[in-house]
Write a protein that binds this ligand. Sequence first.
Ligand SMILES: [Zn+2]
Ligand SMILES: [Zn+2]
Length: 109
Amino acid sequence: MPTPVLTEARRLPEASRLRLTWSDHHVAEYPYDYLRGWCPCAGCQGHTGQIRYQPPARPVTATSIQPVGNYAISIGWSDGHGTGIYRYEFLREICPCGACATAGDTVEG
Ligand SMILES: [Zn+2]
Ligand SMILES: [Zn+2]
């Protein structure tokens, strides 16, 4: 199955979340701190080849969102950071919604 395409990225400032809507009709809300902690750039992750969740030192807000080609978005943060490229594939992997978070658990059945 091809990676779904992001059709809308909307900031929800009051909830400190980013709502992503996908071409397969999936909709999920990502807390800003959660997304910031998953920043995949080398500055945040080093060169281990693994991406780990690294919680931000203090709460952040998303100040800008830019499309990168048709495969990713880059997010500018209130702490001045903005070099992370969040690929669609990656965003779906870390999707925090209930349906995605429990998907792995159903394999054990
Ligand atoms: Zn980063
Ligand atoms: Zn999801």
